[in-house]
Design a protein. Structure first.
Length: 136
């Protein structure tokens, strides 16, 4: 085993769908998220190119319960975690594998893209008038 190795992932993106939650037989909450990150660049011809990368995120325990309760499709989220690969055999005995981000920490950011407002703290509402006072 190599010492001093690092398995750390940080993404900031938008939820592609509402969180999906379930409970293990032991009663632990598990929530799955699909988070999209976007990248834009200009190609050699000067044309704008876009690419969306989709990330599978899994959360456990109280964090999973909180995400399921407060997060919705389109909302921006900051996720910290580590990559984890799972392997299994499907019904046809084919070996399958998937890599996901095992979330260690997350923060809900900004507004949802459907136009409704989401706050990271329940007692502080930001109004559109406050946005007009910003210098940029």
């Amino acid at each position: 085993m190599q010492k001093n190795s690092v398995n750390k992932v940080i993404i900031v993106g938008n939820l592609g769908q509402d969180p999906e939650s379930r409970f293990t037989p032991q009663g632990t909450a598990v929530t799955n998220l699909s988070v999209a990150t976007n990248e834009s660049w200009k190609n050699q011809n000067g044309e704008l190119q876009d690419r969306t990368e989709w990330h599978k995120v899994v959360m456990y325990g109280k964090m999973a319960e909180t995400a399921n309760e407060y997060m919705r499709k389109g909302q921006m989220v900051y996720v910290e975690g580590r990559l984890q690969t799972n392997e299994w055999e499907d019904q046809n005995k084919n070996k399958r594998r998937t890599t996901e981000i095992r979330c260690d920490n997350f923060t809900m950011l900004g507004r949802r893209t459907d136009g409704s407002q989401t706050n990271t703290t329940p007692n502080h509402e930001k109004t559109d008038e406050q946005d007009d006072d910003l210098p940029f």
